[in-house]
Design a protein around this ligand. Structure first.
Ligand code: ADP
Ligand code: MG
Length: 238
């Protein structure tokens, strides 16, 4: 894979909504995230953190500026290409799990692999569920599982394609502290063991402090880059 940053955003702007509900959410975001690191995105509610994650995940397109993820510029991709790119490179974990209710844990985790035409989808999905401690819940439906178990399924689903980028939006927001810590542990373990780039939004200062770097967002702008200043450092010198 390319040796540049895992994620590079340059002068990214995004406005969402229409008519009177139009909101200029991202106002010139410059940010580089090096491969294999962990970044905590923090900032006030409404500052644009979730929107920024969606842009990094290729779920929202920037109106202006460029977005590179895992060496690919997302802007020129068609919708189909973008969906394929996401499926192979980006794992996403949401606060509210977002599992498919009428699918078992095993089926939920197999989905991204089946979409990629992987004939070993179910055996890989089973191994991933066993790795998050859910080998005994393969055939349970989301409604039959606790919040923590559902989030483990979501983590397994995000990791099963071995994504370069793991993105999580307040992944512990709906969980009690102990359960939340277990989910965090799973994410960091994957990040370290597989060299995944982890970007997570959190309100929890303790969780942010566990990340190698903390980036602070305010009113759609980066207020604090953490250590590596965007567009400086190794990338610019190479
Ligand atoms: P955060 O995750 O930091 O709380 P968000 O990225 O969710 O912030 O939202 C940033 C701002 O953009 C908020 O004011 C929110 O109401 C607004 N916003 C988010 N999504 C949309 C949308 N689809 N249409 C219009 N406004 C939106
Ligand atoms: Mg949010």
């Amino acid at each position: 894979m390319a040796s540049g940053p895992a994620i590079a955003l340059k002068d990214v702007h995004l406005t969402l909504g229409d008519g009177a509900g139009k909101v200029h959410i991202l106002k010139g975001i410059d940010l580089e995230i090096e491969p294999g690191t962990s970044v905590g995105l923090v900032g006030p509610s409404g500052s644009g953190k979730s929107t920024l994650l969606m842009v990094m995940a290729g779920l929202e397109r920037a109106d202006k500026g460029t977005v590179h993820v895992a060496g690919t510029e997302l802007g020129p991709l068609s919708e189909d290409q973008l969906a394929q790119f996401r499926g192979q490179n980006v794992g996403i974990i949401f606060q509210s799990f977002h599992l498919v209710p009428n699918m078992t844990a095993l089926e939920n985790v197999a989905v991204p692999l089946e979409l990629a035409g992987d004939t070993a989808a179910f055996s890989k999905a089973q191994a991933e569920l066993e790795a998050v401690g859910l080998g005994h819940r393969l055939h349970h439906y989301p409604a039959q599982m606790s919040g923590g178990e559902q989030q483990r399924v979501a983590v397994a689903r995000a990791l099963v394609v071995e994504p370069a980028i793991l993105i999580a939006d307040e992944p512990t927001g709906n969980l009690d502290e102990t359960t939340g810590n277990q989910i965090v542990e799973l994410m960091f373990r994957a990040q370290e063991a597989r060299g995944t780039t982890l970007v997570l939004v959190t309100h929890d200062p303790g969780l942010a402090a566990q990340c190698a770097r903390t980036v602070r967002v305010r009113s759609g702008e980066i207020e604090d880059w953490g250590q590596p200043r965007a567009m400086a450092g190794a990338g610019a010198q190479a």
